[in-house]
Design a protein around this ligand. Structure first.
Ligand SMILES: *Cc1c(COP(=O)(O)O)cnc(C)c1O
Length: 446
């Protein structure tokens, strides 16, 4: 009884290392530098801690496989005997990773072609994604940036950072900077603080965000020194990549609590992964655990069309089924937005079950999560908003061509047409398929 109580009093992170690391001194186990220095990288390393399957063994031995590195802490969460373990599947390759699939790409989000300077993706009107490192604490097998991430020889230099910052400084519409990578919390504190300081010095940068998985892979890194730096650059938000309730351990929960106590609003980003969290009940358990830890579920991502990730993809229907199981059944703030990050740089597109069934000019027919169908009566005496008397309308800035469908609604535009739409509909020339033989094309032009 006494010893149990004593164990409960141990602060998380100072707990005894689990088997097979029982010989490691507690101070080393709790030291993030030790964790990074002792990552498991090879079949040889991993065979010491789990029973490798032939499929895992051959993928680990294959050359050209995306980098493997797993902190001992995260590896300690794996089931050594269950190849389907949801922790294990996220970080240990299998030979399925080497199987190409239809529609796969290296850069499925077209980030490279939407970068005005290396590492800076400016896709949305008012915010940018700033990639600051290629290194992570551990590597996810389905990494959407496996084309650059994990490569020790492709690092961002200070010159790259300065070009990124100069671009942001020169573009006053950028009010939100999302620092990602790789994992920005793997940078040295000096480099990280310099970046935060330079971004904060730009008057139009209102919000800084960090995307990270360090609280999950390397919770020891979230120490007072790091948190003291972060909280000097408010408003600073953070999104943590979390896929499964098992990832929320006493150690990661303590790291998350430190961040929340520092006033950092926390969100989670979850990737929908076959065999890992493609289940409404797993997802419900995850979102409940997240909100208990003051983390607001932010996005649930459909798995990208990225090379090596084919076996993690689910039908979109699975995501819809999960959203149907969440909305109404639990707290609204526990429900993420399910998105497809559209191929070729289309960006995040929300996908959800249909709740609006029909409408007339007087009524909208909606259904709730229980299947209860009701009619909402629309007003007949609505006084339309008057932009002429609205200070926000009067000072509204153009989005430089990205006004989109909203501009059709507000009357700025009448159409959005595909490229060459007008020319196509003039039908002056017979349609020539791209695959036409040159001879046919010649005949046409004669
Ligand atoms: C996801 C993403 C953002 C941020 O999008 P939010 O919906 O604001 O979270 C910004 N830029 C790029 C390129 C992104 O992929």
């Amino acid at each position: 009884m006494e010893s149990i109580n004593k164990e409960c009093e141990e602060p998380p992170g100072k707990a005894k290392p689990p088997h097979p690391w029982a010989h490691v001194p507690v101070e080393q186990w709790a030291d993030w530098r030790w964790q990074v220095g002792h990552r498991l990288n090879s079949a040889e390393d991993l065979a010491q801690v789990i029973h490798l399957t032939p499929s895992e063994q051959s993928a680990l031995d294959a050359s050209g496989c995306f980098r493997t590195a797993i902190t001992p802490y995260f590896a300690s969460l794996m089931d050594p005997d269950d190849p389907n373990c949801s922790i294990r599947r996220q970080v240990i390759p299998t030979d399925k990773e080497l199987v190409p699939f239809q529609a796969e790409m290296d850069d499925s989000l077209a980030e490279d072609s939407q970068s005005p300077v290396p590492g800076l993706v400016h896709r949305y009107p008012d915010r940018v994604l700033m990639l600051v490192t290629t290194q992570c604490a551990s590597y996810c097998r389905y990494c959407t940036r496996s084309r650059v991430v994990g490569n020790a020889h492709a690092q961002f230099s200070n010159a790259d950072y300065q070009r990124q910052i100069a671009y942001i400084a020169a573009n006053p519409q950028v009010r939100d900077v999302l620092i990602s990578g790789g994992d920005p919390l793997m940078l040295s504190l000096k480099v990280l603080e310099r970046l935060l300081e330079q971004l904060r010095a730009i008057p139009h940068v209102e919000v800084i965000r960090i995307g990270t998985r360090v609280p999950i892979f390397l919770p020891q890194r979230i120490d007072d020194e790091l948190v003291d730096i972060l909280k000097r650059y408010h408003p600073l938000w953070m999104n943590i990549h979390i896929n499964h309730p098992k990832e929320l351990t006493p150690e990661s929960e303590a790291a998350i609590a430190k961040l929340a106590d520092a006033g950092i609003p926390l969100g989670s980003q979850t990737v929908l992964l076959a065999g890992i969290n493609d289940c409404p009940n797993v997802m419900m358990a995850l979102v409940h655990k997240l909100v208990k830890n003051r983390v607001r579920p932010y996005y649930l991502y459909q798995c990208d069309l990225v090379h090596g990730a084919g076996h993690f993809r689910t039908p979109v229907a699975k995501g819809i089924e999960i959203m149907e199981a969440l909305r109404g059944h639990t707290s609204g703030f526990a429900i993420p937005t399910y998105v497809i990050d559209a191929p070729s740089g289309g960006g995040k597109i929300p996908i959800l079950p249909n709740y609006m069934l029909s409408m007339s000019d007087s009524r909208v027919v909606v259904r709730n999560f229980e299947g209860f169908v009701s009619a909402y009566t629309q007003p007949t005496d609505y006084q339309a908003h008057d932009p002429a008397t609205c200070v926000h309308c009067q000072t509204h800035q153009s989005e430089g061509g990205q006004e989109g469908v909203a501009s059709l609604l507000n009357g700025e535009r009448l159409v959005i047409a595909p490229q060459d739409w007008e020319q196509l509909h003039r039908r002056e020339q017979p349609f020539i398929a791209v695959s036409s033989a040159p001879k046919q094309a010649e005949e046409v032009s004669r």
